[in-house]
Ligand binder design. Sequence first.
Ligand code: THU
Length: 135
Amino acid sequence: MTTKKQQLFDAAKSVRDNAHAPYSKYHVGAALLADDGAVYAGANVENASYPEGWCAETSAIAGLVAAGAKRITEVCVVTKSNPPGTPCGGCRQRLAEFAEADTPVHIANLDGVVRTWRMDELLPGAFKLKGLDVS
Ligand code: THU
């Protein structure tokens, strides 16, 4: 039986092949398991105007939201490097918007998952509006 973790890894590895990264040549694939049971995948999309590019995690989140899913229950990010890359600071904040403190974030290279972090290990003290006085 294919586990969710394996399914996420396969999806992230596969979408990574479609990354548009002609400038950094660093291809990233991300896959998110959502509360609707579906897997949403995305790759990094770079641009000739460098700051206009965005990360794989961001692409995947956009798909999840567009489909109407509300929460992220598991994440896998695949890169080719050793050690494999972890989500950047901005993506940690974007993931935290839809995840829980204990949501697993699998970090993988092309051979498989190398390490699994909890969301709150990657981003302790994530900024959340809940509980803040915004009046
Ligand atoms: N990148 C991601 O896709 N996700 C991350 O969390 C870190 C960085 C991309 C952005 C850029 O296209 C390339 O990796 C090199 O920084």
